[in-house]
Ligand binder design. Structure first.
Ligand code: NAD
Length: 499
């Protein structure tokens, strides 16, 4: 375990690197082998107050910087991310645990978002419309709102901050960012590169620390009108409550319990590949992970035996070794939670087909590794088929037909991603219409979102907003309608009638 010599990091406020006022710290450690990655300030409400004051002050000028110029900073940021892609991926494999190809994908998503949102600097379209009166001009424009509080989880440590911070910046808002305490080094690198790309002092600030202290202080601060959070449902509810008194705008991306439907006419090889990737990629720690498989009774046995044999081939190990398929889970409490669901599944009467145990041999004992786990004979109402486990565990449910498959897929409180494997275009279109989810994939797994389409879910996955694509702009701006009367007289809408 390497603790001595671990680098010490600071908060970034008003363009300066500073310690927490309390002087307290916490460590970021690798889930792969326990190494200390860095030491970070354990900040509190006073640190948040300073960051918000800096962001509030910077906002007055930033909102007036022409949007194409703001976009150019994002383009430079995209270039810097591209240059640093491999280093960031290596760091991510160490600090968060995901395997290198996925870590590179995480960074690539931020690069894509930087270019997409950079281009938005020359769009940010409003509307012009005719007036009902003569000599009058009507239009609507997007306006920035102010300081945005950005609170992120650890599972996409570069991509998720980019989904929030980049649209906020191009729209003319300023940011106070609290990264997850499991991945602070990546959050710090993100902000460092934004500063290098030309974000002026105070436009982006980072304050490290826990959700209870730093998160709550951001959410309740009177000068932060907009909060964007990706995290668990429980945190989403707590944040909504804390923000309610000030009627803040709250954007939530929360949990999932996503299912892949495999019908009797599915291309089975493709379905197996899609399920293994969606269930065990990122060790199942994606909000879009396939933690349920809904199999038509005609293919159930064949599918289950193929899945078990493919899952057992997956190689567990540290994410930075190129031949690792599945890395560690994020920390000890995640490992314990995942294992507790194996016990729950057994007690509920599901059949444990493979996995179901902590992996500690072959030098894995220093990290948090869990064997890819598949349950069969799962009833849709069992807890393992209803609750988010956020680990490499999937539950296979047998159904008679497409009607039952759609009903089971929809029979949960979440509604993020969904998928169906079928060769029948009619069934595919029924699924597109009837699956209650923010995202539906046809003949692909539940993961693979692209940055130019809206991202988010229905029901308890969120509160109706979307990230990415054009939809993101709606959260980070407010519409203003403008009426210009050049008739020289007082014209009354709805009362005067133009001839
Ligand atoms: P979490 O809810 O524990 O933490 C998320 C962030 O919120 C962290 O930065 C944390 O410090 C902060 N936080 C915690 N309590 C807070 C409070 N009371 N006030 C303010 N901030 C607080 O989630 P996690 O364990 O980091 O991430 C896993 C969860 O995130 C899963 O439920 C997963 O489904 C969800 N997730 C959703 C999406 C999506 O887009 N829908 C994407 C990724 C992850």
């Amino acid at each position: 375990m390497a603790i001595l010599g671990a680098k010490t990091f600071q908060n970034y406020i008003r363009g300066e690197w500073v310690d927490a006022i309390s002087g307290e710290t916490f460590e970021s450690t690798s889930p792969a082998n326990g190494d200390t990655i860095g030491v970070f300030p354990r900040s509190g409400a006073e640190d948040v107050g300073r960051a918000v004051a800096a962001a509030r002050e910077a906002y007055e000028d930033w909102r007036l910087v022409p949007a194409p110029k703001r976009g150019e900073i994002l383009f430079r940021f995209g270039q810097l991310l591209s240059e640093q892609k491999e280093d960031l991926a290596q760091l991510m494999a160490r600090e968060m645990g995901k395997v290198l190809p996925e870590a590179r994908g995480d960074v690539q998503e931020a690069i894509d978002m930087a270019y997409y949102m950079g281009g938005e600097g020359r769009r940010l379209f409003g509307q012009t419309t005719p007036s009902e009166l003569r000599d009058k001009f009507n239009m609507s424009v997007r306006q920035p709102i102010g300081v945005v509080g950005v609170i992120t989880p650890w599972n996409f440590p570069i991509a998720i901050p980019s989904w929030k911070i980049l649209p906020a910046l191009v729209c003319g808002d300023t940011v106070v960012f609290k990264p997850a305490t499991d991945t602070p080094t990546l959050g710090e690198r993100f902000v460092e590169l934004l500063a290098e790309a030309g974000a002026p002092p105070g436009v982006v600030n980072v304050v490290h620390g826990g959700g209870g202290e730093v998160g709550t202080a951001i959410v309740t601060h009177p000068d932060v009108p907009v909060i964007t959070l990706t995290g668990s449902r429980e945190t989403g509810v707590a944040v909504t409550r804390a923000a309610a008194d000030r009627l803040k705008h709250v954007h939530l991306e929360l949990g999932g319990k996503n299912a892949i439907i495999v019908l009797d006419d599915a291309e089975l090889d493709l379905a197996v590949e899609g399920i293994i990737w969606s269930a065990f990629g990122t060790s199942g720690q994606r909000c879009t992970a396939a933690s349920r498989v809904i199999a038509h009774e005609a293919v159930y046995d064949r599918l289950v035996s193929r899945l078990v044999s493919e899952a057992e081939k997956l190689r567990l190990g540290v994410g930075w070794e190129e031949d690792t398929d599945v890395g560690p889970v994020i920390n000890k409490s995640a490992l314990e939670k995942i294992h507790s669901y194996t016990e729950i599944g057994r007690d509920e009467g599901a059949t444990l087909l493979t996995g179901g145990e902590v992996a500690s041999g072959d030098g894995l004992g220093m990290g948090f590794y869990y064997r890819p786990t598949i349950f069969g004979d799962v009833d849709p109402e069992m807890r393992i088929a209803q609750e988010e486990i956020f680990g490499p565990t999937t539950a296979v449910i047998k159904v008679r037909d497409i009607d039952e498959a759609i009903q089971v897929s929809n029979g949960i409180k979440f509604g993020l991603s969904s998928s169906i494997f079928t060769q029948d275009v009619n069934r595919a279109f029924r699924a597109m219409r009837d699956l209650k989810a923010g995202i539906t994939y046809i003949n692909a797994g539940t993961i693979g979102a692209e940055v130019h389409l809206p991202f988010g879910g229905v029901k308890d996955t969120g509160n109706g907003h979307r990230e990415a694509g054009q939809a993101a702009l709606d959260f980070f701006t407010e519409w203003k309608s403008i009426y210009v009367d050049y008739s020289g007289k007082l014209q009354k809408a709805q009362i005067d009638t133009a001839e």
